[in-house]
Design a protein around this ligand. Structure first.
Ligand code: DGJ
Length: 731
């Protein structure tokens, strides 16, 4: 049993393989957090809580003479605004009289096998025997509002998920001005937050900061999870590194606005909260209606960040992503975007695909530009019918030609967007997000469709499924190329406009669900100008996401490095593109570009016709090699052996299969030097006493030697040279 309730002590304990999470119901009925950290066997940890009158930290009324009992200093399980806890709150409720306070008292609980579901929201899933759920119902002391806290426990993976439902059981409506998903109070002030910041074409750059007095907050108010911050953070103790120390990965399973906030309070405890960003958020809840917060996943490791990442990778591959493709080898892809952008004809595409086919490419993807009057980025979005100049026989005409080559065929779509120069806009100008009597903010010449509207979603489903039903489409890339602004929906009354951003995300999820469940044989890839919506929410619907519009191999090393902390390699779209690179102007060899793209869902995004014969032969071999290594890369454990942000000379990463029999080590030289000193690297994840062969080499190396003494890296010369070692156990 991973969840235990002790009635006599009013104590809830959750055990995972390596962690313990505990809370108790206080004598006044509040749910007090005792502990979350390394495993502690059967023990009531309430002794950790010491009530001291701190001054300026009040008590609930009934504790008037118990001055040490303060909601401002006691660790809370779900902090609320307005009742004397002045730290970061999770919940702000506005009642009919305008007051904003809610004091939550334990009401009841239940424990059951399996994992809870969240209607309309993505969430971790598990079989009955793989997880357990704890649901604790809390009630406002003075109103009839209930809060149901849900905890999902996947013991083996050290995972605890959290979400909650706020239910208005009263007779009058309320507003939620803030409704975060979780709060955790830690007994320490030696914690750091690792977050992943960026911008378009440079996503998920690691940043590590000490959590101190005052709030350390990252988030997005862009309507999507964003390029600028990712909804995945790591909390760790000072000194924690890849292989040592305690850390908690916190991932928000949501694709819209978010906040992850931490602070050290007046008595040097650390509070962490996560959920939907409160800016612009206001939810109206009628009597007997409820609001469901998205899920936060916590993954614990006390053996460093590397182990935490591998647990998250396993979790996502086995309990988040539903697509059948997560367990299948995904086809090697060729995308035409960087080769042609909008300027192509059907013949050109077929010609590009043909060259790809000769080299071993398995899937050809027609990117943006095939529909409506889409000859540039200011027209066409919303008109999901083929552009008859480019595709005289429709999408089917091209799809058939590609299939005749023996390849699979895919298309690009951007359902959530609309250009003013489109039939859709001319017919339905009110379908986009915009505020009456204001000119909307425009980005890339496009506006955002109001995805909270059912009629909009119906139109999108009908028009896009018409394409999918008439042509054989094996792959779809779902793009989203701007952030939300001018948030106002023509279908909602004024008191519900604060709901639009969240309803937008729910609408997107509903549409995605409809598509992916009705077209399960299509390989879906998420995208938002590269990795602007790279989050666990999207992965619930699609097994892979285009990692970044930055396809420069050297920059990609940092982007993929940052992404790997919270996401499996098997979900990162990574392609070999043209040189000089479109974004940076840098030139790297085709081998180095492929070395980097192999640490992702591999493909090419270039005009392969421009390669010379020697390069074409290299591409042929790359594809063959990829197939050989595929299982290790996509299903194995992943190790970051160097940190490319620390300006090391070599970027090195490693994959090891689950049986520890095979491993692939990739090396890229970020800087080459004259008379270079020797380099070696200590590998990870092998069998201590196994014997390994490196490539076709004759010598055998003990696992412990490769892991402790290291593997020699030859001196590499030239601009950004690379190599890999394929290592196999010899029994
Ligand atoms: C942004 C994507 O990230 C690119 O790969 C490409 O699909 C363009 N959009 C097309 O407009």
């Amino acid at each position: 049993m991973s969840i235990i309730f002790k009635q006599n002590k009013k104590l809830f304990t959750i055990h995972t393989k390596n962690s313990t999470y505990q809370m108790h119901i206080s004598k006044y009925g509040h749910l007090i957090h005792n502990y979350y950290g390394s495993k502690v066997e059967d023990m009531d940890l309430s002794y950790l809580i010491r009530g001291v009158n701190r001054g300026f930290s009040g008590t609930p009324y009934e504790a008037i003479d118990d001055r040490g009992y303060s909601l401002d200093t006691y660790p809370q399980e779900y902090s609320t605004y307005g009742i004397g806890d002045y730290r970061s709150s999770c919940l702000t409720v506005e009642h009919i009289d305008g007051s904003q306070a809610i004091e939550l008292i334990y009401d009841s609980h239940k424990i059951y096998s399996g994992k809870y579901h969240l209607n309309g929201l993505p969430a971790i899933w598990a079989k009955e025997n793989e997880a357990q759920t704890l649901e604790i119902t809390l009630k406002d002391k003075y109103s009839k509002i209930k809060v149901i806290l849900s905890y999902g426990v996947l013991e083996e993976l050290d995972v605890i998920t959290r979400a909650c439902k706020i239910y208005n059981d009263g007779e009058t409506p309320i507003y939620l001005n803030k409704a975060l998903s979780c709060c955790i109070d830690f007994w320490q002030d030696n914690m750091e937050m690792i977050s992943f910041y960026g911008r378009h074409a440079m996503e998920r750059t690691l940043q590590r900061r000490k959590i101190e007095h005052g709030k350390l907050s990252v988030g997005s108010v862009r309507g999507t999870s964003s390029h600028q911050q990712n909804p995945f953070v790591i909390l760790c103790e000072t000194g924690t590194d890849e292989d040592h120390g305690k850390c908690y990965g916190a991932s928000f399973v949501y694709s819209g606005n978010f906040i992850a906030e931490a602070e050290v309070d007046q008595i040097n405890h650390t509070r962490f909260v996560m959920g939907i960003h409160p800016e612009g958020f206001r939810y109206y809840i009628e009597s007997k209606e409820s609001f469901l917060t998205p899920e936060v996943i916590f993954v614990y490791s006390d053996t460093g960040i590397g182990a935490m990442s591998n647990k998250i990778h396993d979790l996502y591959r086995n309990h988040l992503i539903r697509s059948k493709f997560i367990k299948e080898r995904r086809p090697v892809l060729l995308n035409n975007w960087e080769a042609t952008e909008f300027d192509f004809t059907q013949e050109q595409l077929v010609d590009i695909a043909k060259t790809g086919n000769e080299l071993g490419i398995e899937l050809f993807v027609m990117d943006d530009g095939w529909f409506g009057k889409r000859d540039h980025d200011k027209a066409g979005l919303g008109d999901w019918f083929p552009n008859d100049k480019k595709l005289p026989n429709g999408v089917k005409g091209l799809a058939d030609q590609i299939h005749n080559l023996g390849m699979k065929f895919g298309i690009w779509i951007e359902p959530e967007m609309i250009n003013e120069d489109s039939d859709l806009y001319r017919n339905h100008p009110d379908w986009c997000l915009s505020i009456p009597n204001r000119q909307p903010n425009v980005e890339r010449g496009q506006l955002v469709l109001d995805m909270s509207r059912t009629d909009v979603r119906e139109y999108l489903y009908d028009s896009i499924s018409k394409i999918l039903d008439t042509a054989q489409v094996d792959y779809v890339k779902w793009d989203m190329n701007r952030n939300l602004s001018d948030i106002w929906s023509a279908t909602l009354p004024s008191n519900r406009q604060g709901e639009v951003s969240h309803r937008y995300v729910l609408g997107v999820y509903e549409l995605m669900e409809r598509f992916v469940s009705n077209y399960p044989n299509i390989l879906w890839e998420g995208c938002s100008g590269g990795g602007g919506r790279f989050d666990a929410g999207i992965l619930y619907y699609m097994p892979q996401i285009w990692c970044s519009d930055n396809t420069d191999a050297i920059e990609r090393i940092s982007i993929q490095y940052g992404t790997s902390f919270g996401y499996p390699i098997s979900c990162m779209g990574a392609h070999v593109s043209n040189i000089p690179n479109q974004q940076t102007g840098r030139t790297t060899s085709i081998s180095t570009r492929a070395e980097v793209a192999m640490a992702g869902t591999f493909g090419y995004e270039m005009d392969l016709r421009t390669l010379n014969e020697e390069e074409k032969e290299i591409v042929r071999l790359q594809i063959q090699e990829l197939k050989k290594y595929y299982d290790v890369i996509q299903y194995g454990d992943y190790y970051r052996l160097t940190n490319p942000l620390e300006k090391q000379e070599l970027a090195i990463w490693q994959f090891v299969d689950k049986d520890k029999k095979k491993s692939l080590v990739s090396v890229v030289a970020l800087r080459t030097r004259a008379n270079a000193p020797f380099s070696k690297v200590c590998l990870k994840g092998l069998k201590e006493d196994g014997f390994y062969q490196i490539g076709d080499g004759k010598e055998l190396y003990r696992g412990s030697a490769l892991m402790r003494a290291g593997l020699n890296i030859p001196v590499l010369k030239g601009d950004y040279p690379s190599l890999h070692f394929y290592i196999r156990e010899v029994e």
